[in-house]
Design a protein around this ligand. Structure first.
Ligand code: SF4
Ligand code: SF4
Length: 108
């Protein structure tokens, strides 16, 4: 599993559904009338993190793989104008934020 959707944080905006290149996420109508994002095919997710970057509520967590020492660490993304904040919640409870300016990313 690459991602986990926090149902409490999800506001049902549908952005994740729209950006997933694999059409792996859909909105599900709940009994109270609200809509929440639901992962349809967990095993098909290849971890592109498009949905993580798009979510305005940091409701989607990406699990960092064992190959980079993840050990249960997760990541969410916060947008602030041209800056992407990659919020890493480490397995030991500590947090790290890596800021990337979109304008300078993929420059080379
Ligand atoms: S990480 Fe990429 S492939 Fe996986 S659910 Fe999100 S958008 Fe789809
Ligand atoms: S982008 Fe985030 S808030 Fe919007 S539907 Fe998806 S998980 Fe919910």
């Amino acid at each position: 599993m690459s991602i986990r959707i926090n149902q409490e944080k999800c506001i049902g905006c549908g952005r994740c559904e729209g950006v997933c290149p694999g059409t792996l996420i859909c909105l599900e109508k709940k009994s109270d009338g609200t809509k929440k994002a639901k992962m349809l095919y967990l095993r098909d997710c290849w971890g592109c993190v498009s949905c993580v970057k798009e979510c305005p509520r940091q409701a989607i967590e990406f699990f960092l793989g064992a190959d980079i020492g993840g050990r249960g660490s997760t990541m969410t993304v916060t947008n602030e104008k041209d800056i992407l904040h990659w919020n890493i919640n480490k397995f030991d409870g500590t947090k790290t934020v890596i800021d990337v300016n979109r304008k300078n990313a993929n420059k080379y």
